[in-house]
Design a binder for this molecule. Sequence first.
Ligand code: ADP
Ligand code: MG
Length: 695
Amino acid sequence: MAANVMEIYGSKVFNEHVMKERLPSATYRSLKATLEKGQPLDIEVANVVASVMKRWAMELGATHYTHWFQPLTGITSEKHDGFVSPMKDGTAIMEFNGKELVRSEPDASSFPNGGLRATCEARGYTAWDPTSYAFVKDGVLCIPTAFCSYNGEALDAKTPLLRSLKVLSDQACRILKLFGKDVEHVSVTVGAEQEYFLIRKEDYAARKDLILTGRTMFGAMPTKGQEMEEHYFGALRPVVAAFMEDLDTALWELGIPAKTKHNEVAPCQHELAPIFDTANIAVDHNLLTMEMMKKIAEKHGLACLLHEKPFTGVNGSGKHDNWSLTADKQNLLDPGETPKDNLQFLLFFAAVIKAVDLYQDLLRATVASPANDHRLGGNEAPPAIISMFVGDDLAAVLDAVSTDSEYAGPGRQRIDLGVDVLPKFKKDNTDRNRTSPFAFTGNKFEFRMPGSNMNLADANTTLNTAVAKVLKGYADELEQAEDFHTAVVALVKRTLHDHKRIIFNGNGYSAEWEAEAARRGLYNLRNTVDAAAAMPAEKNIALFEEMGVMTRTELLSRYEVKVENYSKVLHIEALTMVEMANKQLIPAAADYMGDIAGTVAAKRTVSDCLPCRAEMKILEKVSAGTDAMSDAVDAVTAAVERAEAQADSLEKAKVYRDQVLPAMAALRAAADATEVVCGEEYWPLPSYSKMLYYV
Ligand code: ADP
Ligand code: MG
């Protein structure tokens, strides 16, 4: 297997290598120009590319093509069209032309759009994003596309991401020019670490909650939790090892550089990290990875859970967004070795600090979902408050710079940004602060709040746009400066001074931090409803409009989708719980009580003297639990009715949060208390122990 990695790597991707080999050279050159400079693709060129692409895909067994896109909720969407085209003489040919490659019109009126298309055209179209390679998956040629309305409004996650990459590149180039570097393009690099759970398929299939909501809505704690932490980096179960091997192969064929894989802290939890790539490709690859994980798990008799919190009381899953900037192969967030590089590093570093501080609320909103609400702030994942970790040593450097005082760390010295090389601060790779939502890890930032089931496009779009906006302000100022060097130093100092409140190197899980963050005036948006409500602030609309990344309507539609999605998810969860309680749990408890009562009656017919203490205790507990479940079902149902009666979407979401969620928690508590005292054969759901400790 290992021997042919080089052979299979990228074998299902219409990549640079394939293009060069198969396209006529003139076509290749004009496609390259499109890729590199964003020039529009000529239809003649598209026709040639399409025909070559079709032949290549057919050699790999493809019979259909699809425009693969990223709607506003959910992960990816595709609608398959056959290449087949019947001829008059009863035969058929396989066709695929430039128009079909470049544009398609899915009947997409049912994709969430936050009211976007209500005001404009009813239909949207998808358009090829030639910066991301086409690939073949399950007999289908997949063309990565953007999804827009006829007025050009973005109906997807990819379009704003592509726009944000362009503006960030433009502004970063202006800054580099001032440092004497003439680069045409700055790219954003992203490495997405993906966490997931694998459980047995039969356990998954036996739970309606997992099937319908992605998480277990009932389940008493197992007798053994994750307190032993033995799972972390532990030996892999053979079935998991086989799954991972297959997954690696599938990903390598798709040109996805899957690199590390290991067990995570929670039982049955694993992680996969690829080698980083440019942002839009990394995002596409992450979405494909998620899809492949689910598919390949099934082949191994497993179910892959990508939900952020499949098991209460067990760590949930996240997706770390490692983020940096690269120009001409130089990582702009690498401190470098010379004073000049140091200064450039500090300027970009300061820009990220300012951007994160100014747009904390927006960044927080990009990672808000009902599922992620169970994770953030739960002492297993970063808190809901955004702060930045830079490590004590770098913090001391920044402090010395901003206050013009002596640097107190190792290699103690006075730092004159004009002359000195920055002291070699520890990169803090060993003693990493895992409680920080946004950590500098030596030469990149790591945004740790995104949930395992999210599309990273949103978080990166916001981060890129915010950093672009700050760099734009910097460039405007520095281009006018009389003495560039002095001006940069002053700018870095001012930024650090003004935005140091966002830097926090302590324990993000502690109650003291919450109080301290409030004193510093940082946002603490505890849940999706609060985070979403912060999105449409004028400063946020202004950011996206000024940078040309999203119009007011586009941002408001995303706000609307987020709020509606919150209510929809909770609606499904609540109804699923009610149905499971009514149809499975209460009847199971009743059966058990019936049998125990039968035992009591039987014992009594034998002799009145036989004690029935154990049976009576069980009957009392199960009976009380069943009553509690029944009452809780009524409470959940009533709360859902109150929520659904709200006309305003934000008010509705608030009722779900404030009334439905607590009622659901009460139903679960009643059911879990009953499970613990109910006979194992009677309880209809696979227990946490069975699901998490399978052999
Ligand atoms: P962790 O210790 O957080 O688990 P890993 O080494 O597993 O870290 O993952 C780090 C991720 O960061 C990898 O996906 C890696 O490719 C990515 N990464 C490394 N350098 C950069 C960079 N310059 N830009 C973006 N991502 C990067
Ligand atoms: Mg990480």
